[in-house]
Design a protein around this ligand. Structure first.
Ligand SMILES: [Fe+2]
Length: 315
């Protein structure tokens, strides 16, 4: 078996190439060697990161007002180093959206990551976007699916990812149509017994994992973690999503229950062309859901988290 390494990927084999975008694969990488994912480097990145692309969240099972709810926090009073401390203390998690695109030094690494993937798979280059997630055991990524090809590049800490079969039982066409039509949340209905059918992976530092387009998954953190998530559209994902948009519209307006698996190629081509136009035109009206801020980060508070009078996020 041939093994290839690049400046980012370690020991990529033909088996990895065969599984890429078709099945689950894990491989070692060298992101921590870049020095950009140390606490100091991340704190500096957070200080420069655009506020509108930064989410600071918390969740507590036993909060009297917000039990088991994802909550959005106000981080404007504190610096990046404090956010890192609060994440390490298990109080919050931080999602620096598009950090791998916004900051030139991180973008150079993103280009190397996807350059490496092109090099080992022989596929043309990818137009990827990437965010950095700084999290702790308080953070759970609920059962959901992504609309585009996603890769999780785990860098520091331990987390377990569960990946579920891509079947109607775990991802109903109707659920996926809702995700496409709403463009809001990607969460799916979840029951604990579904885990029996999942494959799970305990990710080690500097290990990446990828899976088949749309395969539902969820993540449990076991420690303070730093990860990069990247996503990119392919012709196949854009095609499927425009078909699903048309199907969503048919169901909402005409109660037609269209199924992806039942459609012929010809039907899909027509629906895809229609879906692209309809989606651009905003044919499905989306409810405006307000992002409410319910706490702020306060470094003088022992828990770092202080409730505030809820207000609509304006930063
Ligand atoms: Fe995901």
């Amino acid at each position: 078996m041939t093994q290839k390494s690049t400046d980012i990927l370690v020991d990529w084999t033909d088996e990895h190439t065969a599984k890429f975008q078709k099945d689950i694969l894990t491989v070692r990488h060298r992101l921590s060697e870049t020095g950009l994912f140390s606490d100091e480097a991340l704190a500096q990145m957070l200080d420069k990161h655009p506020k509108e692309k930064l989410d600071v969240c918390t969740m507590h099972t036993d909060h009297p007002l917000y039990p088991n709810q994802f909550r959005t926090g106000d981080f404007r009073d504190v610096d990046g180093a404090t956010l890192i401390k609060a994440a390490k203390a298990g109080a919050i998690w931080v999602n620096a959206r598009q950090a791998m695109n916004v900051h030139p030094e991180y973008n150079a690494v993103l280009k190397r990551m996807y350059g490496s993937i092109s090099e080992v798979t022989g596929r043309p280059s990818f137009n990827a976007r990437g965010g950095i997630l700084i999290s702790s055991p308080v953070a759970k990524v609920p059962f959901h699916c992504d609309k585009t090809e996603t890769i999780l590049w785990h860098v520091r800490g331990k987390k377990r990812i569960y990946i579920y079969p891509l079947t109607e039982e775990f991802l109903a066409d109707e659920s996926y149509q809702n995700i496409i039509a709403n463009d809001l949340g990607d969460d799916l209905p979840y029951k604990a017994e579904m885990d029996k059918s999942a494959r799970y992976f305990d990710l080690e530092p500097d290990q990446m994992i990828s899976w088949q387009l749309n395969a539902p998954h969820r993540v449990d953190n076991q420690s303070y973690c730093v990860s990069v998530t990247t996503e990119y559209s392919t012709k196949a994902s854009a095609f499927k999503n425009s078909v699903m948009y048309t199907d969503a519209l048919l169901r909402k307006k005409f109660s037609v229950q269209a199924k992806w698996s039942d459609a012929s190629n010809g039907q899909r081509l027509i629906k895809s062309a229609a879906g692209r136009v309809l989606r651009k035109a905003g044919a499905i009206k989306v409810d405006d859901v307000k992002d409410m801020v319910t706490f702020k980060i306060d470094e003088t508070a022992k828990s770092y988290v202080v409730d505030v009078e809820p207000f609509v996020r304006n930063f």
